[in-house]
Design a protein around this ligand. Structure first.
Ligand SMILES: Nc1ncnc2c1ncn2[C@@H]1O[C@H](COP(=O)(O)OP(=O)(O)OP(=O)(O)O)[C@@H](O)[C@H]1O
Ligand SMILES: [Mg+2]
Length: 381
């Protein structure tokens, strides 16, 4: 694994907002959901920056990655993480931030979550009351909780735990839930949809790596005696073009080594564009494979200047019908839009508002439309 570029200030800021929210940030107590594109460093940040920052601030942190074992039922992974944390806190050999925890639970840990055993709310209350601290539960790739009935039931168990702990006026600590994931549509959906247990929780974009990361990469190249090193500004611009993905930047910098040192700034943007267009092509093929109606719906969303509205309006239906060459019903558009959401291609941002999940794919599509039919590239209502 490459060297980690740590972001202690960002981690401290988030930890402080979560553990000691100001009056305007109280919503964070209902949960924080971070979503961001794949391979942008979410897991690295959660594990190596945010978890240590929360622990330093005195919180007890439980982390579980629902992608750590894709064959396992998400609820089993969560239960296993909770049971192992409870076992770790038990007795005088238990460890709580470097000191003996010495907690005793008046329930069988192995029965947790079973019909006759303790509930997550009970377990959370006991941890907070005995340890007299905040309990933070981090679930990575959280959208997988919605893939099974057991996982869905767990979201309600977490809500119950949050309410049981946090609603008490004299609570010695709070229960804080953090969810993160790459499936932007589903992660955001966990807080906006009316049927979600976490409705009202805060949803935010994962803060991607920036200039200081790029600078550290260039410094490493220099210290390793690498020949072809581009300037900071061009590398930053290319990093953004690469969707702020560290692995893609490394790949582009490796490819750059076949050029002359003085050509670095000229060729890095070209390499970055080529890499990303190849990646965008794969995503665009997924839309084309769904069918012509999917392409028409995708295009309507892509060409909207902000969030697309009126996807099912009469004028939209008639535009789709024109593009597809047959009459199109609102039901057909609804199920196509659902397919595009399921495949993480579009995201529903609120009632009747949609956007393309990955801005780069939107841009690539728009560029192609502009080349093929310049007059069609207009703002849609
Ligand atoms: N802060 C960082 N410093 C250096 N490399 C990083 C950093 N963050 C991420 N990376 C690298 O980027 C790649 C993706 O990181 P990571 O797995 O954390 O991303 P992710 O967003 O969780 O990805 P996924 O969508 O697959 O879950 C890894 O190779 C990792 O080493
Ligand atoms: Mg990850």
């Amino acid at each position: 694994m490459s060297r980690i570029h740590h972001r202690p200030k960002l981690a401290l800021d988030i930890a402080t907002q979560l553990l000691s929210p100001g009056i305007l940030d109280q919503g964070l107590r209902s949960g924080l959901f971070l979503s961001g594109p794949r391979r942008t460093g979410k897991t690295t940040f959660l594990r190596h920056d945010l978890t240590p920052a929360l622990k330093n601030a005195g919180a007890f942190v439980i982390y579980v990655d629902l992608w750590s074992d894709t064959s396992a039922e998400p609820s089993k992974l969560i239960r296993a993480a909770l049971c192992s944390a409870l076992e770790g806190l038990q007795g005088t050999r238990g460890n709580l931030q470097g000191r003996a925890a010495g907690l005793t639970f008046d329930f069988q840990i192995s029965d947790l979550g079973t019909p006759t055993g303790a509930t997550i709310a009970q377990a959370a209350t006991e941890i907070v009351d005995q340890a007299k601290t905040d309990l933070v539960f981090i679930v990575d790739e959280v959208q997988h909780m919605h893939t099974s009935d057991a996982g869905l039931a767990l979201t309600y168990a977490f809500k119950a735990a949050r309410d049981a702990v946090n609603a008490r006026p004299q609570t010695p600590g709070h229960f804080i839930f953090i969810g993160a994931g790459s499936h932007r549509a589903q992660v955001m959906g966990m807080t906006v949809q009316g049927r979600s247990a976490f409705e009202g929780a805060t949803s935010a974009d994962f803060p991607t790596l920036g200039e200081d990361y790029v600078q550290s990469v260039l410094e490493t190249l220099l210290s390793e005696g690498t020949n072809v090193i581009p300037s900071l500004s061009v590398t930053c611009e290319s990093f953004v073009r690469l969707g702020c993905r560290p692995e893609e930047l490394r790949r582009a910098l490796r490819t750059l080594q076949q050029f002359q040192p003085q050509e670095a700034d000229q060729y890095l943007p070209v390499i970055a564009t080529t890499l990303m267009e190849a990646a965008a092509d794969i995503e665009i093929t997924k839309v084309e494979e769904i069918g012509v109606l999917a392409c028409a719906v995708f295009e309507r969303i892509a060409l909207a200047e902000e969030d697309a509205k009126g996807l099912f309006s009469a004028s939209a239906l008639s535009a789709y019908s024109g593009a597809v060459g047959r009459a199109v019903s609102a039901d057909q558009v609804q199920s196509t839009a659902q397919l595009l959401q399921d495949r993480n291609i579009i995201v529903r941002k609120g009632y009747g508002r949609y956007a393309i999940t990955d801005p780069f794919i939107r841009q690539t599509w728009c560029n192609r439309v502009a080349v093929l039919a310049p007059t069609f590239h207009h703002k849609q209502s």
